[in-house]
Design a binder for this molecule. Structure first.
Ligand code: SF4
Length: 230
């Protein structure tokens, strides 16, 4: 079955936006509308979103951006999610290996131009991976960054021509933590070691007490989004 047209998906996004009032209604609408043409993206900080969507769509595809720069704990969390949750984890890899990227753009591009590195290792690979789908789900929450403050349950992702759902958009950190405990969700152990937000190892540092939860991401580089959600 071919993908619906961009205009049709834009109209569906408007429909979903009008209907979704909480995490469950958001996911229920998306599953009824897209079925397995809905994918979940996960950074493997935890398996909460994968678990939540899988309750309505067992074996849902969970796209993990395997950048080649992850902490071993993140890879282990991916394996734990794949083993323990009723989902299908899909490793999404960049077009170039780290070694090929180093050769093409110079060693450790993340240290000189993290926007380029994120584009090569996260944004473009996700663009490619989402081609077969009509909608994707992200675990972003409004309270995380200023750029996420106006995120909606259902949006039209104009960059990719897809519907995007954000079921946890109104959840607080406490809501998320409670869901994780109540459902015995796999969690990246780094979350308990001073890393409340986890990305690639070279671009993630520990957060001190009282600091913003995302302050350890691209610290000192004036960047707080990888670009896949904005
Ligand atoms: S988070 Fe850092 S290492 Fe990972 S893709 Fe972005 S710039 Fe590259």
């Amino acid at each position: 079955m071919s993908r619906r047209t961009t205009d049709a998906l834009r109209a569906l996004a408007a429909e979903g936006h009008a209907l979704a009032v909480d995490a469950q209604s958001c996911v229920s609408w998306a599953v009824a509308t897209f079925g397995h043409r809905l994918a979940v993206s996960s950074s493997m900080s935890n398996g909460a979103l994968a678990h939540f969507v899988a309750q309505s769509l067992p074996s849902v595809d969970v796209l993990f951006l395997d950048t080649g720069y992850h902490f071993p704990e993140t890879i282990a969390t991916r394996d734990d999610v794949a083993a323990r949750l009723p989902v299908t984890v899909v490793d999404v890899r960049p077009r170039q290996t780290v070694a090929q990227q180093d050769q093409a753009y110079g060693r450790d591009a993340y240290s000189r131009d993290p926007w380029l590195c994120c584009r090569l290792r996260k944004v473009l690979p996700l663009d490619d991976a989402l081609m077969p789908y009509e909608a994707w789900a992200s675990g972003i929450r409004r309270g995380e960054t200023p750029q996420r403050a106006n995120a909606q349950y259902v949006e039209f992702d104009g960059t990719r021509g897809l519907v995007k759902i954000n079921p946890f958009v109104e959840w607080s950190e406490r809501d998320l933590a409670a869901y994780i405990v109540a459902n015995d969700i796999p969690v990246n152990p780094l979350e308990y070691q001073g890393y409340p937000s986890i990305g690639c190892a070279p671009c993630t540092s520990k957060v001190a007490a009282g600091e913003d939860s995302r302050s350890g991401r691209w610290r000192g580089l004036g960047k707080d989004e990888c670009g896949i959600n904005i």
